[in-house]
Design a protein around this ligand. Structure first.
Ligand SMILES: [Zn+2]
Length: 152
């Protein structure tokens, strides 16, 4: 609730009006026909609340993508190496990698990191994509499509 500077009444919708160069905060009735600079009402307040909620979502952590096995396998086939070789590349067991590719095993953060680096893929996803952009190392932003250009 605000106090109108003209009539003194309580008002929910606050109008900032220009009266001969002076700014007055008034109720809707007093603002009628005047030069309104800004309106602060419940709608504005509501918007601010929504904004805050959105920022909270932005802080959420990353998650492993749903089809990680498929992404790993596709990327591995693109660079033309068998599971055994990829396992050697990242210094992990072939059997473990096989299970990951068949989505029978969720790779650990350490393994994810190595796979992402070696295959040029992204195995993690987050709601915060935008805020992360540019802050991480360039490798993590490479998409599966870009991985095709990795053959050298
Ligand atoms: Zn008033």
């Amino acid at each position: 609730m605000y106090d109108c500077e003209i009539c003194g009444k309580k008002t929910e919708s606050l109008y900032i009006i220009d009266v001969e160069g002076a700014e007055l905060t008034t109720c809707k009735i007093c603002a009628e026909g005047k030069n309104v600079i800004e309106v602060m009402d419940e709608h504005t307040t509501h918007k601010e609340h929504q904004k805050k909620k959105h920022e909270e979502v932005k802080a959420e952590t990353t998650e492993v993508i749903d089809n990680y096995g498929e992404v790993i396998r596709t990327a591995r086939e693109k660079i033309g190496v068998p599971v055994k070789v990829l396992a050697e590349m990242i210094n992990e067991k072939e059997s473990m990698l096989n299970r990951i590719e068949h989505q029978k095993l969720l790779p650990s953060d350490k393994v994810i990191e190595k796979l992402e680096k070696n295959l040029g893929i992204k195995l993690k996803t987050s709601v915060v994509e935008k805020s992360n952009k540019g802050s991480k190392d360039p490798d993590s932003t490479i998409t599966l499509g870009d991985a095709a250009g990795f053959k050298k």
